[in-house]
Write a protein that binds this ligand. Structure first.
Ligand code: 5GP
Length: 136
């Protein structure tokens, strides 16, 4: 019996239909089935891993390259003026499909999209201690 694979691997294999906009040796891209805005696109690595840091350096670079290639094409296609890249890692971060994916979300002034960005202030000593810990 074959191991279970993600819905995105099944899309790459052609077992589930999608509206493909790009494919190359390392990546695949298609329109999101439930778009936040017209042109909302998902860019994925062909190899199925759940989290960004599980990609090889080449795969991560290819993912960024494909996103950068497609973004202006998508904006031109839908007449948007800006875009967000969103990349969720882990369920606490909102990831639902455990196969790395970059959302390209076209934006325009007054489109009403947004997210909670509950920033707080941080003491310089707190930031310095954290940076030291991360560098180590
Ligand atoms: P996440 O929350 O994991 O970052 O986002 C998963 C995304 O995959 C969602 O935006 C959802 O609409 C999209 N999605 C889930 N299943 C399918 C599918 O079968 N086809 C397509 N095209 N998109 C899907």
């Amino acid at each position: 019996m074959s191991a279970s694979v993600s819905i995105f691997t099944r899309i790459i294999r052609g077992e589930i239909p999608c509206h493909r906009v790009h494919e190359d040796a390392l990546t695949f891209a298609f329109l999101d089935i439930a778009p936040l805005a017209p042109g909302h696109t998902l860019v994925i690595p062909r190899r199925e891993v759940a989290l960004l840091h599980e990609l090889t350096a080449d795969e991560a670079a290819a993912l960024a390259r494909t996103a950068a290639l497609l973004a202006p094409r998508i904006l031109a296609a839908v007449g948007a003026t800006a875009y967000n890249l969103l990349q969720n890692n882990g369920s606490a971060a909102g990831q639902v499909v455990p196969h790395v994916h970059v959302h390209i979300i076209p934006r325009r002034e007054g489109d009403g999209l947004g997210y909670r960005w509950n920033a707080r202030s941080a003491a310089p000593e707190e930031l310095a201690a954290l940076a030291t810990k991360i560098r180590a």
